[in-house]
Design a protein around this ligand. Structure first.
Ligand SMILES: [Zn+2]
Ligand SMILES: [Zn+2]
Length: 181
């Protein structure tokens, strides 16, 4: 009985406050990390044939991403600080995508390996195969709930349909990724 009244009396103290919605920066970071961080390398990983041909480029992009993460963010808006990382991540996915789908220079095995290991974003690549999304910058820019106005990011609006000729979207700094641009 005593325990009951104790907990009843304390309830207000322990009642969790409603969580504040995560900031755009945190949401973006979280979203990004889930998708684009290469898995930790272990010696048990078996590298498919041809890996040595693409490893230098992947490593270089990796190093640039790490550098971008460490760069000073003074004077930049928080979202802007993430743009270089998004850009490099996009570049890396595009590199792997092109090697297999356009240049036909790597095996399916190596391509799948890159996707599995997180060197390219499988979901983003799936979009690139769809008509109208060939140049899509990042997945956030097509998530309706992330946009205050309309259902799509300003960077998805074709140049000839938007009033401002130069844009930089808040999510990834994209300057326009509509297919016809
Ligand atoms: Zn875009
Ligand atoms: Zn955008």
């Amino acid at each position: 009985k005593r325990g009951l009244s104790f907990s009843a009396g304390r309830r207000s103290f322990f009642h969790p406050r409603p969580l504040e919605p995560p900031s755009l920066l945190l949401q973006t970071l979280d979203f990004f990390l889930q998708r684009t961080m290469p898995k930790i390398k272990t010696n048990r990983v078996k590298y498919p044939e041809g890996w040595e041909l693409i490893e230098p480029t992947l490593r270089e992009l990796d190093a640039k991403m790490r550098q971008a993460e460490m760069d000073e963010h003074d004077g930049k808006r928080k979202c802007e600080a993430l743009w270089p990382i998004f850009k490099l991540s996009h570049q890396r996915s595009r590199y792997v995508y092109d090697l297999y789908h356009r240049r036909d220079e790597i095996s399916k095995e190596l391509y799948e390996f890159c996707l599995d290991q997180g060197y390219a974003d499988r979901s983003l690549i799936a979009k690139w195969k769809k008509s109208g999304y060939e140049r899509l910058c990042c997945l956030r820019c097509i998530q309706p709930r992330d946009h205050n106005y309309g259902t799509t990011c300003v960077c998805r609006v074709p140049k000839h349909l938007r009033e401002e000729k130069v844009v930089e979207c808040v999510h990834c700094g994209c300057q326009g990724c509509a297919s016809g641009d």
